[in-house]
Design a protein around this ligand. Structure first.
Ligand code: UT7
Length: 324
């Protein structure tokens, strides 16, 4: 018995912001952004919040999987940019699609969020607690980047992606691992809220650490090391080699990170599915958005083996080998 992806879906804002558009806001250029990251444009919200994209994705999943919302048992949304501290995005999705019998919650593992959420859903299904789940990664990163900081604002985009998964007798998720390295959490942070109250001297207001703060080079090093090791371990534990893998769907952060991973693992770059040129880094939405595109383009067939892999703040990583 496995957990199998039955349907995928995604939703992005209509508004497209090119590198040239960003060069009007901060001192940068299309050339710098393209060469250093591989990103050419990103979709940026014109006011819709994260729940909008999560809900649109969930509606597509219900329609494509042809399931009754009343039969959905579990909804997990991964996000670092929820609309509220509470309620969770999961509960907002539950209401919008009418999944009244589901249990819904959010998890946070930054850009590895979808991998963590899918891993949790898989465990609930494997242990027989639930038999199906909607798993979504959704972000509106445009609301948490400092638009005067050229070292971060050029990287990110908005959107959501997700999967409807079910208990199945056929092959689905074969092997997976998720991991954390909290000791280096300070290299990538966002959303710091100072403890200000009526009984201490702390001032309230937006702390500069509210915005995305990143040591790009350290994150780069962490990403290449952790993802290479993680893919290697998962393939070894599953007894497969790169010849058995049709596609690797990596977190869409930077084309140069994928170059390094491809070289170190000696896996041809063509096997890595990339769409960061059009969407930028959408954090927890990036892997499911890319997977959905791969699926919509008909590039994968049932029976193909693919690897999903992500890394992000925490620091965290997650890799999953699945039979499509
Ligand atoms: O989802 C997880 C999120 N994060 C990541 O995956 C990020 C991983 N890291 C990276 O992708 C890369 O480190 C970056 C793309 C963030 C930066 O690339 P880099 O090659 O590591 O550049 P750098 O930070 O070493 O900066 C090189 C130069 C600096 O100028 P000087 O000191 O050499 O004069 C920067 O000030 O480039 C400058 N720079 C820029 N110039 C034009 C930094 N950002 C920009 C910019 N436009 N947007």
């Amino acid at each position: 018995m496995t957990t199998r992806i039955i349907a995928t879906g995604a939703s992005v804002p209509e508004q497209i912001i090119t590198n040239d558009d960003i060069a009007k806001v901060v001192e940068t250029s299309d050339e710098w952004i393209t060469q250093r990251t591989g990103i050419k444009q990103r979709h940026i919200s014109a006011g819709e919040n994260t729940s909008h994209f999560a809900i649109e994705t969930a509606k597509k999943l219900i329609e494509r999987a042809n399931v009754n919302p009343e039969d959905i048992e579990l909804i997990i949304v991964a996000s670092v940019t929820p609309d509220y501290g509470t309620p969770s995005l999961g509960c907002m999705v539950q209401k919008a699609i009418g999944a009244s019998k589901a249990v819904a919650f959010d998890i946070t593992a930054a850009c590895s969020g979808f991998m963590f959420a899918l891993s949790v859903a898989d465990k609930y299904i494997q242990t027989g607690v639930y038999s199906n789940a909607i798993v979504i990664g959704a972000e509106t990163l445009s609301k948490i980047v400092d638009w005067s900081d050229r070292t971060t604002c050029v990287l990110f985009g908005d959107g959501a992606g997700g999967a409807y998964v079910e208990k199945s007798e056929k092959e689905g998720i074969i092997k997976e691992e998720i991991g954390s390295k909290g000791e280096i959490y300070e290299i990538l942070t966002q959303g710091y809220t100072p403890c200000a109250n009526a009984f201490n001297d702390n001032e309230s207001g937006v702390d500069p650490l509210w915005y995305v703060n990143m040591n790009g080079r350290e994150v780069f090093k962490f990403a290449t090391k952790s993802v290479v090791k993680s893919i290697d371990r998962v393939m070894e534990n599953a007894g497969v080699t790169q010849e058995d893998i049709k596609y690797i769907v990596p977190h869409q952060a930077n084309i140069r990170i994928v170059d390094v991973i491809s070289n170190k693992l000696k896996i041809p770059k063509e096997k890595f599915y990339m769409n960061m040129d059009r969407f930028g880094n959408t954090s927890s939405a990036s892997v499911p958005m890319a997977l959905n595109e791969l699926n919509e383009k008909g590039l994968i067939e049932r029976g193909d083996k693919i690897i999903l892999t992500g890394f992000g703040g925490g620091m965290t990583w997650g890799t999953m080998l699945i039979t499509w």
